[in-house]
Ligand binder design. Structure first.
Ligand SMILES: [Zn+2]
Length: 212
């Protein structure tokens, strides 16, 4: 059984998740640690829980979601996966970092590309991958049916949706991604978002002003 532990990092209050299985193996999702203190907090958690990191998987490559990737890649010698169509966003990372006054020395290179429909296996547990573009061109969501949760990055938020005014964003594409891949999940599915509180599919179907 997988569990997801949330952390909130950096000046964008970005949610980083650690997904953990029964054998204490884990994945990092969207690691956003931006300084020594945040890196220490993450490493302390890994040590305390005696976790064995297996990889980094990203929902997308906006700057606030990738700030901690290189540090983890180097420290644990683990692969970094994301969707191939997100590469243009990753390649803009230095420029976008500079825009926000952040300095990143190394843009983390993906080790492999994650594809829609290609299951991601952590030990015996499997995450399903949905291609959910619109907020960014290569946004993907990770669905764990056994735990009734979906990790949706910046696609869907409690009472809101991801912004679509950044390069590669598209409002209609985003709405379509949500309706096709997220709103077809059971109502009681918990949505773990890239910012803010968790919500459920049912709550967003009823109350989200962008989707009613
Ligand atoms: Zn984003």
């Amino acid at each position: 059984m997988l569990s997801a532990q949330a952390f909130t990092f950096n000046f964008f209050s970005e949610n980083t998740y650690v997904i953990i299985n029964d054998k204490k193996q884990c994945w990092f999702v969207d690691p956003g640690m931006c300084d020594a203190e945040e890196n220490r907090a993450m490493n302390a958690f890994i040590q305390d829980k005696q976790l064995s990191p297996q990889g980094i998987i990203n929902t997308h490559a906006h700057i606030d979601h990738i700030l901690g990737v290189q540090e983890l890649k180097d420290k644990y010698k683990i692969p970094f996966g994301m969707h191939e169509t997100e590469l243009p966003v990753l390649n803009m990372a230095k420029a976008s970092a500079a825009m926000f006054g952040v300095n990143i020395t190394t843009v983390p290179a993906p080790t492999y590309f994650i594809k829609e429909g290609q299951p991601l296996k952590l030990g015996d547990d499997t995450l399903q991958v949905f291609y959910t573009p619109g907020h960014s061109p290569g946004s993907i969501s990770f669905y764990y049916p056994e735990g009734n949760w979906v990790l949706a990055g910046d696609v869907l938020f409690q009472g809101s949706i991801g912004r679509t005014d950044l390069p590669g964003g598209n409002f209609d594409t985003l709405i379509s991604s949500i309706r096709t891949h997220l709103f077809t999940l059971p109502d009681h599915t918990t949505v773990l978002s890239g910012h803010g509180e968790a919500t459920t599919i049912g709550e967003e179907k009823r109350y989200n002003p962008f989707l009613r």
